[in-house]
Write a protein that binds this ligand. Sequence first.
Ligand SMILES: [Zn+2]
Length: 276
Amino acid sequence: MPRIEIDLPLSLQSALEAEAARAGRDVNELVRSILAEHLDTKLHTVFQISTSGALVAGVSDREVSVGTLLEHGDFGLGTFAGLDGEMIVLDGAAYQAREGGAVTQAPPEAGSPFAVVTKFAPDTTGETDAISGFAGLGAACDCFRSSDNIFHAVRLSGRFRKVAARAVCPQKPGTPLVDAARTQSEFTFEDVEGTLVGIWSPAFSAEFSVEGYHFHFLSDDRTKGGHVLEVEAGPLQIAVETLNDFHLILPETESFLKANLDQDVAGALNTVERSH
Ligand SMILES: [Zn+2]
């Protein structure tokens, strides 16, 4: 997170500290929220396009453009129209990871059927222990998560010994996610500097989100990435934002309106998102 230093009159500093004490809030966090309100920049807000259940059912038509997505967030993940790869949104740019984990920057006119984005403003930062496996990654992040009942954005950066990942490959319209997963490209990166872009979703959201941790990886040189299956890493820098303002944008495409969404979403996602 960038830092700014400003000169404050003593009176303003006293008022700020008094307000922080009165409200029981951290001064840094208070200043951020005052600025966000004044500048009309929402914090702790997550925008999700479509539902995980729709993706499972094969609804992968373009719903929004990358340009529109980036107006709503600078951090997040998703996929592209026709399941043409994995989307990683980091520091205000969207990247597309395709077969073999090769990454290109996605143009603003590219379309997405499903994405989750936020304007990343972490409340908590720190360093994890060494991480081994997807479960170990989750356990490391759990220490920095304040509740099981709200969404969280999680960013981890540093050096990775190993990242096993996948990218979905373009599919015919209407292909269910479980079938698409059969042709996914799987790959492993070794000894690479990069960032995990993650969203943690509560159990109650399993019908429309990806329950638990969902991570996409992007290398620092922006050439490698994908949907994360396994991780081995030393201690990583971690930043976590609580997300308590959830906006769900439902598609109005015919494929969404007519899809049968009465399916076991969590079961299908467990097969598709975690296994390989
Ligand atoms: Zn993913």
